[in-house]
Design a protein around this ligand. Structure first.
Ligand SMILES: *[C@@H]1O[C@H](CO)[C@@H](O)[C@H](O)[C@H]1NC(C)=O
Ligand SMILES: *[C@@H]1O[C@H](CO)[C@@H](O)[C@H](O)[C@H]1NC(C)=O
Ligand SMILES: *[C@@H]1O[C@H](CO)[C@@H](O)[C@H](O)[C@H]1NC(C)=O
Length: 535
């Protein structure tokens, strides 16, 4: 039996005794470090798999067992990617690592539930390290937090319809990390039967794909923040020309996809990613072709996919009230373009005609021109279409399949609305990604939260971790959480509005959602991937 061993260790020149956590896992001994900002231990940068050097665009391979004690003290590795703003290429392929944060109260007799975080970043950016996803607020609530890296962008989502590069490697990396946790978290004092997966944005979409996938169910609860697989940006067609085009960019003419991939596989990944940048490719999950003996993850459009895993699964889901304002807040007058409607609709529907575009346009801006004068209306259209209505369509699917759904709308605007700060947006409300500042300790945010912000942190982390422990964010009301969060029922789309005060309400923005309900119903035969499915 694996036991959590604490060794007394003399730390640095201070000569202060510190607890130095050493854990015996199935993979070997792992040594972490004791945190200085709370009562917990950190095991960082544990390799859960390895990128296959011969085929870095394909399935990862197992990481060998540790022969010596693995020093898990470094969370800085990131999977190769370009910076969203500067386009600078950073990271490497030596990146399939996870971080485990364990409250000191965890041990073999007091097993704690596990919260497994899948970061977002459009399937193209960021990583799971502490700078972005610092654990201190969540581990205070006696749960184990796991954060992971997975391949993003080119090496995570190249999709060629071949057995070597079937696509969705990034999602399959996530699955491998989840399997590692299932196998080893027990040694850290984790309860293998209580694993909640959670993510925001592309991480939320990933969580939904784990619910959809035919692979084994390694979790018992799921939290998806601002993203589900029904979002129009959740999938993309395979593109067999991509490796050919990248090779060409590097000055080599190879007309065959497989040969081009082989060529790229032998190059420095930084060179390859840099060459791909000018091609402005979008990386997303794809619908995979199935191959004998090859593990697949997504084999049909989400709209057609049954979700039996949802049965008896508590799901916490929601969005931020001004999701897409980030796109419009700083847009210059000359950047406004009539195409915003048709371009968006084309993501979800085939053969969108002018009449269909006009209906959506008229609903949101009437006969006004698309211009900065209607920026809030455009942000509303984009928020609804891109984030909110896909969530609104996912909820009944969960219910029909026997899931229990807790629905929220986050609209608190404070000092930790991480994305609003980044975009210099003032005024009330919350935009895409803002809620993360109240769950995680983020390096870009003030070290000491204001009293108001701390109250939201306390409420959010308590509800989220209650959900992890009990499958219910408010099993009982308290001074901190005086409002009981009631699950969605067949008769009422209950949701918790999370602001300075919390309020239980029903059916958010019902008129806008009813518009899209009708729009999707009337145009379902144009829906991408549609196969006579009831929406
Ligand atoms: C790594 O990729 C190569 C090339 O596709 C393949 O032949 C090999 O079996 C892979 N290795 C493992 C351990 O899967
Ligand atoms: C590759 O395709 C280009 C354009 O289609 C053609 O001109 C060239 O001859 C082809 N080269 C090879 C090696 O097949
Ligand atoms: C926000 O404001 C800062 C300081 O004025 C500026 O450097 C930065 O570029 C602005 N960011 C955006 C997204 O406009």
């Amino acid at each position: 039996m694996n036991v959590l061993i604490f060794l007394l260790f003399i730390y640095g020149s201070w000569a202060l005794p510190r607890l130095d956590p050493l854990v015996d896992t199935k993979k070997g001994l792992i040594r972490g470090v004791q945190a200085t900002d709370g009562d917990y231990a950190m095991f960082m940068g544990i390799p859960y798999a390895k990128v296959n050097e011969s085929n870095p665009f394909g399935a990862a391979v197992p990481y060998p067992d540790f022969k010596e004690t693995y020093l898990a003290n470094d969370d800085t590795s990131i999977c190769i990617q370009n910076q969203q703003r500067t386009k600078e290429v950073t990271g490497s392929l030596d990146c399939l690592k996870l971080n485990i944060y364990v409250p000191n109260s965890a041990n073999t007799r007091n097993k704690l539930p596990v919260l497994f975080w899948i970061h977002g970043g459009r399937f193209q950016h960021t990583s799971g390290g502490r700078r972005q996803y610092g654990p201190k607020y969540l581990v205070k609530k006696d749960i184990i937090l796991v954060t992971i890296n997975y391949r993003v962008g080119l090496y995570g989502f190249m999709c060629l319809d071949t057995p070597e590069v079937p696509g969705n490697q990034g999602l399959k990396d996530q699955l491998r990390a989840l399997r590692w946790v299932k196998e080893n978290i027990d040694s850290f004092g984790g309860d293998v039967n209580k694993i909640t997966i959670f993510g925001s944005s592309a991480g939320g979409v990933s969580v939904d794909y784990h619910l959809l996938s035919k692979q084994e169910k390694i979790f018992d609860k799921a939290i998806t923040q601002s993203g589900t697989s029904l979002a129009p940006w959740a999938f993309i067609d395979s593109d067999r020309t991509l490796p050919i085009r990248i090779a060409e960019k590097l000055g080599v003419v190879i007309n065959d996809s497989e040969q081009a991939v082989e060529y790229l596989s032998n190059l420095d990944p930084k060179t390859v990613v840099a060459a791909s940048l000018d091609l402005s490719v979008t990386y997303r999950p794809c619908i995979e072709k199935e191959f004998e003996g090859i593990e697949s993850f997504i084999t049909d459009y989400p709209v057609n996919t049954p979700i039996p895993k949802v049965k008896d699964t508590p799901i916490l889901i929601g969005y931020n009230n001004l999701e897409k304002l980030f796109e419009y807040a700083n847009k210059l007058p000359e950047e406004y373009n009539e195409d915003v409607f048709v371009n968006n609709l084309n993501l979800a529907f085939n053969a969108v005609d002018e009449k269909l575009v006009k209906i959506a346009r008229n609903f949101y801006i009437g006969d006004e021109d698309v211009s900065i004068d209607v920026k809030y209306d455009l942000a509303e259209f984009d928020s609804d279409f891109t984030f909110i209505h896909p969530i609104h369509r996912s909820i009944p699917k969960y219910l029909e399949n026997g899931g229990k759904v807790f629905y929220y709308v986050f609209k608190y605007g404070g000092g930790r609305n991480y994305a609003k700060l980044r975009e210099n947006i003032t005024g009330p409300g919350a935009i895409h990604s803002d809620e993360k500042g109240y769950l995680f300790d983020m390096a870009v945010l003030p070290e000491t939260p204001t009293v108001e912000d701390q109250a939201i942190i306390d409420k959010m982390t308590t509800m989220w971790t209650n959900f992890v422990k009990y499958g219910d964010p408010t099993p009982e009301t308290s001074d901190l959480l005086p409002v009981k969060w009631i699950a969605v029922t067949e008769d009422a789309l209950n949701y918790l509005e999370i602001d300075s005060e919390q309020t239980l309400k029903k059916r958010p923005i019902h008129a806008r959602m009813a518009f899209w309900d009708l729009y999707y119903k009337m145009n379902k035969e144009h829906l991408k991937g549609y196969r006579n499915t009831e929406l």
